[in-house]
Structures are given as structure tokens and as C-alpha cells.
Design a protein around this ligand. Structure first.
Ligand code: HEM
Length: 143
């Protein structure tokens, strides 16, 4: 998304290319209200929550930075299992892979064919950042 007159609106020049590599996200400041559990970027491509920081993937067919090197099989397996390439690390929130996991093969193949048809956009999405380790417990004084 980009900022429009009435708030964020789709940026069609960057269609499905994921989190813009040039947009560096700083640390999220705690609000002090525990009811706020996650934060999102204005572009709707970076998300910070208890899982760490995730960045929406580049789904265009670019070979170096997108799904260019993926196969239809990798893609379907990733959406069915919630694992990177269908075999790697878990795909984290807010990617709603469970919502697509039970789609028919035909639907997922059509989705893959569509993603193969959009223009390639070179955009290297930042690596996922795991949550910061909780602070070490304070050492007891004396005995
Ligand atoms: C039909 C719709 C969608 C498709 C086909 C799709 C596809 C994908 C794929 C293939 C990946 C890469 C997984 C990997 O590297 O193995 C991914 C990652 C991701 N997607 Fe989606 N996605 C969809 C919808 C969404 C929506 C609606 C959101 C957000 C609201 C979203 C957010 C993300 C995020 C944050 C990641 C990175 C997750 C991580 O690093 O663990 N996706 N998506």
C-alpha cells in the first residue's frame, strides 16, 4: 500500500512484490497497553508481534528475489503445510496459509498460474527477524 488522500491504497506499480527493500523498519515502541499485540507498517507488508517481525514475500516471478525459482509443487506444498518451500521453517503470521491449505488442487494451480503471469519485480524482501530474547533474570544479591 502507499499513502493516499483517504489513507493507505494499493500501489499497483509494486503489485505482489512484498515488503519494499528500501523501507527499513525501526524498532516497535511498546505502548504500555498489553491489548496491543501486533503492529503493521503503512505498506501492509511488515508485521511485528510475538512471533518476531515478518515481511510479506515477493510473489512475482522474479528469479533472484521472487518465486521465479519455485515450482508449482513447492508453491502448493508451502500453502498446504505452512512451511517455506513446503519443507523449511514455519510460515509465520499474519500469512493466513491455513485459509488456503484446504483449497482444491485446481484452485491452487490457478493461483500459481496467476502469480506466474504478473510482471517480475526485483525486490529483495528482508529476512524474518525472530523475537528478541527476554531479558535474563536479575541475579540475587548475596546468598
Ligand atoms: C492467496 C493469497 C496469498 C498467497 C498465494 C500467499 C503466498 C505466500 C507465499 C508463497 C509466501 C512465502 C512463503 C515462503 O517463503 O516459503 C508468503 C509469505 C508471507 N505472506 Fe502470504 N500469501 C497470500 C496472502 C497473504 C496475506 C493476506 C497476508 C497478510 C495479511 C500475507 C502475508 C505474508 C507474510 C507476512 C509472509 C512472510 C511470512 C514469514 O516470513 O514467515 N500473505 N505468502
Amino acid at each position: 500500500m502507499k499513502m493516499g488522500q483517504k489513507g493507505p491504497e494499493p500501489d499497483m506499480t509494486r503489485l505482489l512484490s512484498g515488503h519494499p527493500s528500501a523501507l527499513k523498519m525501526g524498532p516497535v515502541k511498546a505502548t504500555g497497553d498489553p491489548n496491543w499485540v501486533w503492529h503493521g507498517s503503512m505498506t501492509n507488508t511488515a508485521f511485528s508481534g510475538p512471533w518476531g517481525v515478518t515481511y510479506a514475500a515477493n510473489l512475482t516471478p522474479d528469479e533472484k528475489t521472487g518465486l521465479g525459482s519455485w515450482t508449482e509443487e513447492n508453491f502448493i506444498k508451502a500453502l498446504r503445510t505452512g512451511k517455506h518451500h513446503g519443507v523449511g521453517r514455519p510460515i509465520l503470521p499474519p500469512m493466513p496459509w491455513e485459509a488456503y491449505a484446504k483449497a482444491t488442487d485446481e484452485d491452487l494451480k490457478v493461483l500459481w498460474a496467476y502469480l506466474r503471469s504478473v510482471p517480475k519485480i526485483e525486490n529483495l524482501v528482508p529476512e524474518y527477524q525472530p523475537p528478541a530474547a527476554p531479558p535474563a533474570p536479575a541475579k540475587k544479591q548475596g546468598k
